[in-house]
Write a protein that binds this ligand. Structure first.
Ligand code: FE
Ligand code: FE
Ligand code: FE
Length: 162
């Protein structure tokens, strides 16, 4: 049995979020390019920079597990990104596309928040204090990003409904 302990599950889930974050390094520039609103574009670019640091933190969080830092394809993130890519191929008014992009991005942030929530709970239980601190930092950036997307959506949705 490969996953015999909570530590094994933690390691496996770290591999999943590492894959998810790496997938976002490729997806966020495409979403930024598609955004018509300069504010939305800037938000995606800012989060791309944060995501680069998040990848480094996840890699550091592997240390206490004593096992290799290697990504394992996150199929959920593949699905969320595929769905966003399909929507970006739709013919849409630019303002409406922006509203859609925010929706897609918030699904991604919520998935990340859920995963970091699990990882933080497990790190705490396992006594991995260094990993816990790193993962908490990532989680708070995801929460802040989700919040700023909600704020941005006020103006974007109004434009889309003008
Ligand atoms: Fe992230
Ligand atoms: Fe996943
Ligand atoms: Fe994120």
């Amino acid at each position: 049995m490969a996953l015999q302990t909570l530590a094994d599950a933690f390691h496996d889930e770290l591999r999943d979020i590492l894959s998810a974050e790496k997938q976002l390094l490729k997806a966020l520039p495409k979403m930024a390019k598609q955004a018509a609103s300069a504010d939305l574009q800037a938000a995606f670019e800012k989060h791309l920079e944060e995501t680069k640091t998040q990848v480094e933190r996840v890699e550091q969080a592997f240390e206490e597990t004593g096992k290799v830092s290697r990504a394992k394809t996150c199929e959920a993130m593949e699905g969320l990104i595929q769905e966003a890519a399909s929507m970006m191929e739709e013919e849409a008014a630019p303002e409406v596309m922006d509203a859609i992009l925010i929706g897609c991005a918030q699904k991604v942030e919520h998935y990340e928040i859920a995963t970091y929530g699990t990882l933080c709970a497990w790190a705490k239980r396992l006594g991995y204090s260094k990993a816990l601190a790193l993962l908490k930092q990532n989680m708070s950036e995801e929460v802040a990003t989700d919040k700023s997307l909600t704020e941005l959506s006020q103006a974007v949705n109004a434009e889309a409904n003008a």
